[in-house]
Design a protein around this ligand. Structure first.
Ligand code: NAD
Length: 353
């Protein structure tokens, strides 16, 4: 088992191991030091695959198991789903010594995490990520949220889990598109941190080295979150590709999923940064090459105005300015604050129509 210790407002382990879901009960007990009720929150794809394994392990450890299974998809990362989870907790008389177990991808983790964070001012939370994207990114670091009609993640809070348990075996059932989605975030980490991660995924397929790649990404995120848990400074670096990426997601009506949009946003940012003299041409070239290696797109057919309008609802746009993460070279990025009015120019330089 690989184990990465996160030091934030709560300290916890991210454990990476094949077959980990079958020991979810005992690992939950070790991390929370409490036996009580457990609500497994999951979606309709994941629960039939892994729900019983997790439920059985929790039961065998002594937990009283309840389940909440919802449809899944970005439009269900909503207040409606959140309210229904809260109702399940409340109707089953959960208290702060009980635990919510989020079994699934980033959607389940974000909405389940927000419910755990707010029900009775916070009950214990265990993240069992089952997508590559959730393994390397969304399950770690404590960002929880639901979407509002005005934009993604508009209602949420920071709430660290007690444990993140990544079962690499669960990735065997992941659809190809979701694999690519995870690759988008991993390529973001590789451009951000460079070094060993970049060469690992450049020289061999991510699929052949899941545990090592996940551990490396989580370590990068852990180090940044440890310094800036509440996203007021260095953590903004993790938004590389995201300002444009969120706009792409929104413009596509969420038909381009998060990780794929981040990949496109990353390529656009690298091209714009090069055009504006912040980096040499090897940066967009290397990013585009890596995206191509994983069969990912580096462009989307939207106008700069369409993307700008969508970007205006992004949380990262405050007081007429926007923070962009600019690559200087592979492994070195910085945050640049530009006025909102400059955004269409950046988007055009990135390749928007
Ligand atoms: N909290 C954070 O820090 C953070 C970071 C990045 C992304 N996010 C959020 O994460 C969300 C995207 O997460 P995602 O990409 O994991 O999407 P997702 O949760 O929708 O999962 C993708 C699809 O794969 C299915 N699935 C999940 N695991 C599976 C498995 N093992 N086998 C077969 N099918 C499986 C799901 O049912 C779903 O249909 C977005 O809402 C994004 O905003 C949050």
């Amino acid at each position: 088992m690989k184990c990465i210790r996160v030091n934030a407002s709560r300290q916890y382990n991210v454990e990476i191991q094949h077959g980990a879901l079958a020991i979810a009960g005992e690992e939950t007990l070790k991390a929370t030091h409490a036996i009580g009720k457990a609500l497994i929150v999951s979606d309709e794809n994941v629960f039939p695959l892994y729900g019983e394994t997790v439920a059985e392990s929790l039961r065998a450890t002594g937990y009283g198991v309840h389940t909440f299974v919802f449809k899944g998809g970005e439009d269900t990362k909503s207040i409606k789903t959140y309210e229904a989870i809260i109702a399940a907790l409340s109707e089953n008389r959960f208290t702060r010594s009980d635990v919510l177990v989020a079994l699934g991808g980033g959607i389940v983790g974000d909405v389940g995490g927000f419910a755990a964070a707010t029900y009775q001012r916070g009950i214990k939370l265990v993240q069992l990520p089952t997508t590559l994207l959730a393994d390397v990114d969304s399950s770690v670091g404590g960002k929880t949220a639901v979407n509002l009609p005005t934009g993604k993640n508009q209602l949420g809070c920071f709430y660290q889990p007690s444990l993140v348990l990544c079962d690499t075996d669960a990735l065997s059932t992941l659809p190809e598109a979701e694999y690519k989605n995870g690759c988008g975030e991993i390529i973001k980490y590789a451009v951000l941190a460079g070094g060993e991660l970049f060469s690992m995924i450049e020289n061999a397929d991510i699929r052949t080295q899941y545990a090592d790649v996940i551990a490396r990404c989580v370590t990068i995120k852990r180090d940044i979150v440890g310094e800036d848990e509440f996203d007021t400074g260095r953590r903004r670096l993790l938004n590389l590709g995201h300002t444009f990426g969120h706009a792409i997601e929104k413009c596509s009506g969420y038909s381009i999923p998060h990780g794929a949009a981040v990949g496109i946003g990353l390529a656009m940012m690298c091209r714009a940064a090069h055009k504006r003299g912040y980096c040499a041409s090897d940066v967009p070239e290397k990013a585009e090459k890596l995206l191509a290696k994983y069969g990912m797109s580096d462009a989307a057919d939207f106008t700069a105005q369409e993307l700008y309008d969508a970007a205006l609802s992004d949380k990262k746009i405050a007081g007429g300015s926007v923070s962009l993460v600019i690559p200087e070279k592979i492994g070195c990025c910085h945050v640049l604050t530009v006025s909102c009015g400059d955004m269409p120019g950046w988007l055009k330089d990135g390749g928007a129509r």
